[in-house]
Every structure is written in C-alpha cells, then in structure tokens.
Write a protein that binds this ligand. Structure first.
Ligand SMILES: Nc1nc2c(ncn2[C@@H]2O[C@H](COP(=O)(O)OP(=O)(O)OP(=O)(O)O)[C@@H](O)[C@H]2O)c(=O)[nH]1
Ligand SMILES: [Zn+2]
Length: 222
C-alpha cells in the first residue's frame, strides 16, 4: 500500500454529525489491517517530524514514527477496534445480592480528541445487579477499552454507562469520572489546578438516595 493513499477519499470539509453515542468513525474504518495502519501512520508522522525540522537520521529520533504508529494502533487507540471490546465475565447472582456494588478509583487514561494529548483520571462505577454479577476486573477493562480512543469526557462517560447497562442487563448504573486534561494543563490556558467531573445516572441511580450512597462511597477514604 502507498501510505499516502490514507485518507485520500475523505472530504475534509465534510461534517460528521452523529446523533449517537458512537465514536464517529469512517464507514471503512476497519478496511485496513493493523500493519497497514501502522505503515500509513508512521509515514505521516515522519512527515510531521520532518516539517517540524527534526533530523530523522538521528539515532534517537529515527524510530519514533514507527514507535508512535504502533503506540496509536496497538495501545492508546486500540479501543477503536471492536475486536478489542472486553469479554464480560458474568456469574449467576446465586447469592441474590441486591445492593449496589461500587468499583471506585479505576485508573483512567484517555486522549483528548481535540488535541491528541492525554486525559488522566479516575472512573467510579456502580450497579445494582439483577440475575448476574460481573467479574470485578471487567469493570476496569470496560473503562480502559473506551478510554483507549480519542475522546471527550462526556462521550466517554456515556459510552461506559451504556456498555454497563447492555452487559449487565440492568438500567441501575452509575458512572462518574474525574479527570485532568493535559490540553488544559500544559498548553492553552495552562491551568494545572482545574479538573473535570462528568457523571451519568440511570435507573434507581436517578433517585437521590441511591445517588447519594454512591457519591458517599466514592468519597470515603480507604
Ligand atoms: N466539552 C469538552 N471539551 C473538551 C474536552 N477536552 C478538551 N476540550 C475542549 O475543547 C475545546 C477546543 O476548543 P478550540 O477553541 O477549538 O481549541 P483551542 O484553540 O486549542 O482552545 P484552547 O484550549 O482554549 O486554547 C477546548 O476548549 C478544550 O478545553 C472534553 O472532554 N470535553
Ligand atoms: Zn484537548
């Protein structure tokens, strides 16, 4: 493949207005293999470095285009590919557990889709089970999967909540994310003290009692 073909048929003026929670993807987003994507991204990243005036013969810099491309495709953006959606390990709720389960302080790494710099934070999730409970680590994996995309924090929050509702077959779900955006901290307004909180509550969590119990649980010191 000539990596310069990448993106050729996309009209840069075209507006992508999506009414759904889905990350806006091209219809042919999965037409290329990972290796083809890495080759194309490395080519273009080399061009970016070249335009910045960097010496691509330097032994520390010459591997960077490929390194960045691999990092995008295989690591920080691998949540774009549905093949990487975590399998949800469910167990029968034999114990009849009917209270809320809160998994708090889940490490969150994501990337700002406006500037392609990191979003770093914590996600707190809760649900009230019906017939099934989920393996705890799968809650972390769901957060990780949706974090590993270019994101805005609002969509990230809603995507995680929707996935939990789908997987757990219950509306009784809460998600709260508190995060620092490097695009706000290290450039632009250069504000290192502000942080961003987003939340989504559905089912019983729309009621104050449940919401407050959740908020209290995530604020409680370990
Ligand atoms: N709502 C929302 N905005 C975000 C998020 N991440 C970054 N942004 C904002 O996206 C906006 C992009 O605005 P622009 O004016 O196009 O970009 P900019 O010129 O770099 O703006 P500044 O960051 O103010 O310098 C900025 O205000 C960012 O702070 C997010 O998760 N949610
Ligand atoms: Zn940003």
């Amino acid at each position: 493949m000539d990596s310069r073909d990448w993106n050729e048929d996309q009209d840069p003026e075209e507006e992508h207005v999506s009414g759904s929670l889905d990350t806006p993807l091209r219809p042919d987003a999965f037409a290329l293999s990972d290796d083809q994507k890495i080759e194309g991204i490395a080519y273009h990243f080399r061009e970016i470095m070249h335009l910045l005036g960097l010496d691509l013969e330097d032994d520390s810099l010459k591997g960077t285009p490929k390194r960045v491309a691999k990092m995008y495709v295989k690591e920080i953006f691998d949540g774009l590919h549905p093949d990487n959606r975590p399998a949800a390990r469910l167990f029968e709720n034999k114990y009849g557990y009917k209270q809320m389960l809160v998994e708090r302080d889940i490490t969150l790494y994501s990337s700002c889709e406006h500037h392609f710099v990191p979003i770093i934070g914590k996600a707190h999730v809760a649900y009230i089970p019906n017939e099934h409970v989920i393996g705890l680590s799968k809650l972390n994996r769901i957060v990780q999967y949706f974090g590993r995309r270019p994101q805005v924090q609002e969509r990230l929050t809603c995507q995680i909540a929707q996935e939990l509702r789908d997987v757990l077959k219950t509306e009784n779900v809460a998600v709260l994310i508190e995060a620092d955006h490097l695009c706000v901290m290290s450039r632009g307004v250069n504000d290192v003290s502000s942080s961003t909180i987003t939340s989504e509550y559905s089912g019983l969590f729309e009621q104050d009692t449940y919401r407050l119990e959740f908020l209290q649980a995530i604020r409680h010191n370990k």
